[in-house]
Design a protein around this ligand. Sequence first.
Ligand SMILES: [Zn+2]
Length: 161
Amino acid sequence: MFCPFCRHPDSRVVDSRTSDDGTSIRRRRQCPNCGRRFSTTETASLAVIKRNGVLEPFSREKIISGVRKACQGRPVTDGDLAVLAQKVEEAVRASGASQIDANEVGLAILPPLRDLDEVAYLRFASVYQAFDSLDDFDEAIRQLRVEHRDRPAQTSGAVAE
Ligand SMILES: [Zn+2]
């Protein structure tokens, strides 16, 4: 990588540090030509293939803005959404693929959103999975009820621990 100051084609790594969430490495570099220092950030590339075939970089912000609408009026905080976006990123990166369908990103949102807030989950799933009748809602709610029966201790909605 070129030195951003003098365009020298080589640089020396003087320090490497992994980010707190473990998804990137920040390197301090020094140019052997002009002696100035600069930083680079290294991340495993992850691109989302949109329905129209266009690639765009995976973005937690996009996940959050996509889910925020479904959470309107629900007891969901910005912090909850940040955690959800992190879980989604971990889930899609776990496959090891460098490109992933937008569809799979949507699927990866459903489980953590269901854990966070069931009403928001139903709203998001209804749009995402294109529910077109009351039967679809019935089926989704029936599945949630079955899980409640299996996990009776858990209350619905987002409850602070
Ligand atoms: Zn330089």
